[in-house]
Design a protein around this ligand. Structure first.
Ligand code: IMP
Length: 300
């Protein structure tokens, strides 16, 4: 399988492993370098970009680089430590103790984790993804997993801290997971269409979909019902001879750099029955597998 290799420009090797789990199909190599720049940016984005640029200076322009910057923002501290999180106090017990001291007797415990990812592609293309996780600061540390402030961070809607919820939870729901998904979505447009040999701009989405709908008898017959570009349209389906109003929607997104998914969804019989086909397509446009969910409507 085609894998994308990217260099993560961070001193924290554990973030490279975490990011690799968050970006399926990617190999993430940590950057082994001396002379890292100071984090002087006014925003997470500037710091993340500066780290990626530092990587590109060190290893040359022909690779893909990812810079990451993150922090925790506490409402009652006016958003501190924010982009200063890594320098607030030595990570772990000491940073947590300092934070709890500052919040001693403070009723407003609202806080937010923020992560910003910047990806520099070999052609000079630049992409970004941001993610946040809202929550509150607990009164005392609990749990063993994660790192940094995780033992005192309780995500919104949860009773347990991130350190108690664990690494598997983080992989699905952390600010970094959300940023990685946003980055993947941004990359989807850029990579998917380049991979299909169609250039990198929007109209290519329709070209990929037109090629898909022309690709085989099932796709051809579905093509009569579904829009040939991402979008939604009303149509009529027949159930046991009875004509029903339905809404048919087509979408295309990237699940892995080597694999995209075309999603065809229809809601019919006033939405009481919905049905989705997921067609996984390879880089070359051929269909790899089909998954169906819900009760199928009859084909036209
Ligand atoms: P930097 O992104 O390397 O500048 O550092 C971000 C700092 O924010 C870390 O040293 C942690 O203190 C904190 N931080 C960022 N993400 C997390 C997380 O997932 N869990 C706990 N602390 C985090």
């Amino acid at each position: 399988m085609d894998r994308v290799t990217a260099t993560l420009c961070s001193r924290n090797a554990h973030k490279a492993r975490e990011l690799e789990r968050l970006l399926p199909g990617w190999t993430i190599e940590p950057l082994d370098a001396e002379g890292w720049p100071e984090e002087t940016g006014a925003t997470y984005f500037e710091n993340a970009r500066a780290k990626a640029l530092f990587g590109r200076e060190a290893l040359g322009p022909d690779r893909t680089y990812i810079g990451e910057d993150s922090g925790i923002e506490v409402d009652a501290l006016g958003g501190r430590p924010g982009i200063e999180s890594a320098r607030y106090a030595p990570e772990g017990g000491r940073a947590i103790a300092k934070l709890l001291r500052e919040l001693d007797g403070v009723a407003d415990r609202k806080a937010c984790y923020v992560s910003e990812l910047v990806c520099l592609m070999p052609g000079g293309h630049e992409l970004r993804g941001s993610g946040t996780l809202a929550g509150r600061i607990a009164d005392e540390p609990r749990g063993e997993e994660g790192f940094g402030y995780d033992p005192v961070f309780v995500p919104e809607g949860e009773d347990r801290t991130v350190a108690e919820l664990g690494n598997a939870w983080k992989e699905r729901s952390s600010h970094r997971a959300r940023a990685a998904r946003a980055l993947l979505a941004a990359l989807g447009a850029a990579l998917l269409f380049a991979a299909a040999g169609c250039g990198g701009t929007d109209p290519t989405a329709s070209r990929v979909l037109r090629a898909f709908f022309a690709g085989g008898p099932v796709a051809r017959s579905l093509g009569e019902r579904f829009p040939h570009e991402p979008g939604t349209r009303p149509c009529v389906v027949h159930d046991k001879g009875v004509a029903l109003q339905a809404t048919c929607a087509t979408d295309i997104s990237l699940v892995k750099p080597s694999r995209a998914v075309v999603t065809l969804t229809e809601a019919w019989n006033h939405g009481a029955r919905a049905h989705t086909w997921f067609f996984f397509i390879r880089r070359d446009g051929t269909v790899q597998s089909v998954v169906q969910e819900g009760r199928p409507a009859p084909l036209p």
